[in-house]
Design a protein around this ligand. Structure first.
Ligand code: CS2
Ligand code: FE2
Length: 356
């Protein structure tokens, strides 16, 4: 396991590489070419500049989160061919620059969804939260505005303003796309890119749907053990792998996360570890990483990662906003640093007791 932190680049992030390097045991960052649009080709020069900046700060560029997928690929219309060709070119350029991990998601229209971005907890910290009843009251067309209004002026990852322009049109286009069609479109995409991935040793790591059920009647297909296993079996090579996100899977209490980690051994290339509290069906608050602060057992989760011989990057996922920090919701320095330290502590204890 390699402990890493997500970083949004010096233009967008309040957190600096220098700060990240001072988190004990944090060896790298997971980043992206922020500002690039889904479907664009990433140039080698831009990739190299991003990598050099990270390395100059004494860190490793451990992977990309995300190279976003153009909606035409998810919808499966003929224009997908050009976007797939562009994606392949980006993968080649990343591979040539020595990057071998790409996180992505296959959620229609929206990336992760929350009803509140700064819900106050009893200790005064604020967290992201989800309440299906509140989301049901939101007009999907207005969802971008809702999120933007609550983001404290920051651009939210996955909620870049340019997606907004096509929202009405997109909802219309997804009318024809049910779960099966979305799944087939994902398999089509993966089969097309796999030869390039094999050539460069590129590990594709799909992020789980968040939350793990359909939102605004849009289909969701990466949300439980059965669906994920089906995806791994449909393209049964190592390069078709997962970003195992405990907070996304954990939104549904039916998901047994340690069991899933063990079952997907060999195919988990990247781990997102965070905790949440189940309040009612379809309702949860994000929490501190500490097991006792939420509903997930972080010891069992880290133990499962240890038992499968996880060598890839793990990062603390969304943190709470604490100590007056102002940052991208979920991505402040303070609580993610506490999270990294706690997860490193669990790992050390698991490692030492396992060797006895
Ligand atoms: O923190 C997360 O993991 C999520 O907030 C996503 O934005 C995630 O980065 C994407 O779904 C991956 O493509
Ligand atoms: Fe995640």
């Amino acid at each position: 396991m390699k402990m890493t932190l997500r970083w949004f680049g010096s233009l967008h992030d309040t957190v600096t590489l220098e700060q990240i390097r001072q988190i004990p045991g944090c060896v790298g960052v997971i980043t992206t070419l922020y500002g690039s649009k889904p479907g664009e080709v990433w140039s080698r020069e831009a990739i190299r500049a991003m990598k050099e900046e990270v390395e100059a700060a004494g860190l490793e560029l451990s992977g990309i989160e995300s190279v976003n997928i153009h909606d035409d690929i998810k919808i499966g219309i003929s224009t997908r061919e050009q976007y797939i060709a562009n994606y392949i070119e980006t993968l080649e350029n990343l591979g040539k620059e020595g990057i071998d991990l790409v996180c992505y998601n296959f959620m229609p229209v929206f990336d992760w969804t929350r009803s509140e971005l700064a819900k106050e907890r009893p200790d005064g910290s604020t967290v992201l939260s989800y309440d299906q009843e509140l989301v049901d009251k939101i007009d999907p067309d207005k969802m971008f505005e809702e999120m933007e209004a609550n983001s404290g002026g920051f651009i939210l990852p996955g909620w870049e303003p340019d997606r907004l322009a096509r929202i009405k049109e997109l909802f219309q286009m997804y009318k024809e796309v049910d779960e099966e069609k979305l799944f087939q479109n994902l398999v089509y995409f993966l089969k097309a890119i796999m030869p390039t991935c094999e050539k460069y040793g590129m590990k594709m790591a799909i992020h789980m749907d968040d939350p793990a059920w359909p939102v605004f009647e849009l289909p969701r297909i990466v949300n439980n053990k059965e669906n994920i296993q089906r995806l791994l079996d449909a393209v049964p090579i190592m390069n078709n792998g997962l970003t195992l996100c405990t907070g996304s899977l954990g939104s549904n209490p039916q998901n047994d996360i340690p069991d899933m980690i063990r079952s997907f051994k060999g195919r988990i290339h990247f781990g997102h570890v965070r905790n949440l509290i189940h309040l009612a069906p379809g309702k949860f608050d994000e929490a501190a990483h500490l097991s006792s602060d939420g509903s997930l057992d972080m010891y069992e989760i880290m133990k499962a990662f240890y038992d499968i011989g996880m060598t890839g990057p793990i990062r603390p996922d969304h943190g709470r906003m604490i100590w007056g920090e102002k940052a991208i919701p979920g991505y402040g320095l303070n609580d993610r640093a506490l999270g990294a330290t706690y997860l490193n502590g669990l790992w050390e204890a698991i490692e030492k007791t396992s060797k006895k």
